[in-house]
Structure formats: structure tokens, C-alpha cells
Design a protein. Structure first.
Length: 200
């Protein structure tokens, strides 16, 4: 797990200016996530106050400065939130431990997203769901090639983010049934999707 304190501090400042539209998508993402919930890569906790009061949330995050910034938001949440430092590719939880697993603008930074989604399936209880809000690889070939060209430089600036990652494909390759919609949000270079994935 690599520490990125400078990026984490910058992200905290940037987060204060989040627009109304992304806040609405965050509410949609986690507002229906009740019961036992694992949020993978919870960052500085921007989703915490959107969870329903009955949710018992475990928020996993590898970066210690992010976790420090998340503590205040955890105290403000109506849901129960427990912070855990850990890696998406090696979840420290028993099989079938959660009713929902949440990924929010994080699968672009996970070093091995395929492994992370295998782990998400492992800890997901029967009938549970993976809820996701992510930016993804463009479907337009010309734009996708541009993402490929800019990806390395962008990742250095954006804390290891990959703008060209085929996250929808990764979800399907993990054996999940995916329902999603594309969003009119963000720059053209970073198309976003929101949805739910379930195990067959």
C-alpha cells in the first residue's frame, strides 16, 4: 500500500468544491445500500453522510492521510461507519460478510481491478450487490486512443488514476451481471457510469 499524502491533501481541498451533480450521484450510489456495507477505497469519506441510518458501513482505504480526513465525516454520518486500512486486492474479511460492496471513483486507481472484484465477490453475501460509480474507457475509438496516449501523464498528476480503464469489462470478467447507465457528467475524456452488479 503506497502512501500519497500530497495527493490526499490536494484531494481534500478539491473535494470542498464538489458540484451538486456529483453529490446527487453519490446519494444515488449509496442511498439504497442498507445492511452490512463495504466501501472499497472510501478515500476521505465523501459518501458517508449519504448512507441510510440503518447501514453498518466498513470503509476500507489504503492511504493513511485519506483515512485521517475521513474520520470527521464518519462522525457526521447517520449510518454506523468503521474505518479500516487495507487493500482492495486482499480484503481482510470473511466470505459472504457484506450485503453490498461499493466502489466510488476508485477502480481507476486500484493496481489490480480484476483481483479487487474477485475479492468483492468473495465477501458478498448471496443476493448481495456491487454498487459502482466510476469513470470508464470511452466507447468512441478515437477518444479511447487519446485516453491511452494521455494515461501515463494523467496518472502521475491524479494519484495513480487510469483514465482508460475498461471497468465495465472488468466487472463482467469477474462473473458479475451488470446494469448501468452512462452519465452526462465530467469531461468528454472521462465518461462516467453508475450501476449495480450482481452474481448470477
Amino acid at each position: 500500500m503506497r502512501d500519497r499524502p500530497i495527493f490526499a491533501s490536494f484531494y481534500e481541498i478539491f473535494s470542498r468544491g464538489e458540484d451538486r451533480l456529483i453529490r446527487r450521484y453519490r446519494r444515488e450510489l449509496v442511498g439504497g445500500a442498507d445492511g452490512r456495507v463495504l466501501e472499497v477505497g472510501a478515500g476521505n469519506g465523501l459518501n458517508f453522510t449519504r448512507y441510510p441510518p440503518g447501514a453498518a458501513v466498513v470503509a476500507l482505504e489504503p492511504e493513511p492521510t485519506m483515512l485521517k480526513n475521513a474520520r470527521r465525516r464518519a462522525r457526521e454520518a447517520a449510518a454506523s461507519v468503521r474505518l479500516v486500512r487495507g487493500s482492495a486486492e486482499r480484503l481482510p474479511f470473511a466470505p459472504a460478510a457484506f450485503d453490498a460492496v461499493v466502489f466510488s471513483l476508485v477502480l481507476c486507481t486500484v493496481p489490480d481491478p480484476g483481483r479487487a472484484l474477485e475479492e468483492a465477490r468473495r465477501v458478498l453475501a448471496p443476493g448481495g450487490e456491487v454498487r459502482f460509480f466510476e469513470h470508464v474507457r470511452a466507447t468512441e475509438p478515437r477518444l479511447a486512443r487519446r485516453q491511452d496516449r494521455l494515461n501515463r501523464a494523467y496518472g502521475i498528476f491524479a494519484g495513480g488514476c487510469n483514465m482508460n480503464r475498461d471497468t465495465l469489462g472488468e466487472l463482467r470478467r469477474a462473473g458479475l451481471r451488470v446494469r448501468y447507465r452512462r452519465l452526462a457528467y465530467g469531461p468528454r475524456m472521462a465518461p462516467h457510469v453508475i450501476g449495480v452488479a450482481t452474481a448470477p
